[in-house]
Design a protein around this ligand. Sequence first.
Ligand code: ADP
Ligand code: MG
Length: 393
Amino acid sequence: MSAEATKPAVEPIPPGQWLGLLGGGQLGRMFAMAAASMGYRVFVIDPDPHSPAAAVCDEHLQAPYEDDAALDALAERCRAVTIEFENVPASALRKLADRLPVRPAADAVAVAQDRIAEKRYMVANGIEVGPHKIVDRVDDLLRAPDMLFPGILKTARLGYDAKGQAVVTTRDEAVAAWTKMGRVPCVLEKRLELQREVSCIVCRGADGQAVTFPLIENEHRHGILAVSIAPARVSPQVAAKAAEIARKLAATLDYVGVLCVEMFVVAEDRVLVNEIAPRPHNSGHLTIDACAASQFEQQARALAGMPLASTAQLVPAVMLNVLGDIWFRGGDRVEPPWHEVLGVSGAKLHLYGKREPRMGRKMGHVTCLGASVADALERAVAVAAVLGIEPPK
Ligand code: ADP
Ligand code: MG
């Protein structure tokens, strides 16, 4: 092999150097832990003094994301920068992009920031989505096809964990919900009969090489992810179709980093894209314990221009999300019985170091490993019983 052939397409950033991070939530925390274990130093900007990532980063600058001085400090110190949530202002990403690699780039993040842009992008690129109508004016609702009802009205921007969404049975309800939402741009989607919800996590390097993790199956409760199972209990054809969609999206977006594609499996094994997240994803947390490399390690590798790792799953896994609700079962705040959770064989506890549990707040997760999905599920049922949460199906 010639020296040319072994030369990386992009100059890699060696361990010991600084990597920048915008956003200090749990996704940032787990990224920082993965980067630190490879010897990188991580510099995070987050306005919250007690952000989960701050506790494990080498440096935390407490500032708003648009703060020029903070962005300057990050650009001076770091060799590349990534994000941990999609609502980082695109202007901040564009400013940083003049000075250092921003992965993923602002243009790709912008598609995920706005449901209207996202839907248009999918349609323009021949990627199948469910029936929907873009809503800018009341006329759009009045003229929406009947088949979209019952539907879900979703605000175009700033929605997560089903915030900014309303189930609407009739056209009148849709108009009322849209008025209540402040007449902001929305998407009206037909409410689909879902066979399964799945997510495919793809990681693409700056050299265009991409790897996908095994397909993950997801159960949401009240619009919030509750359970993830991998490998997903779907046919090989559905798994292959989902991976192909994720790869295609990463390539057309010229994406660098970790991208999660949330999909619906509907009748006749059709796979429709629901939405994309330009970052590691809650459903991929089980990759930490179940795969040869986690989604966070892949994010660090892609950011640093290093070769991507194997995504091979070494052991079946079921993840249970731990929400703040379980601290308040009897009314008063009581710490959950972690001792008993850790006593379940194959259970791995991950807590994010948040000081205040609140209803609906993501406090941590438990990944249960097993010899088979059925075995991991059995252990997850035991953990759910200990924590007093609804068992996975
Ligand atoms: P969020 O940004 O809150 O994750 P999603 O659009 O992914 O918003 O919706 C949250 C959950 O609501 C989905 O994971 C799915 O369970 C359900 N959902 C959303 N859209 C539809 C739809 N068109 N049909 C059926 N269920 C849906
Ligand atoms: Mg979602």
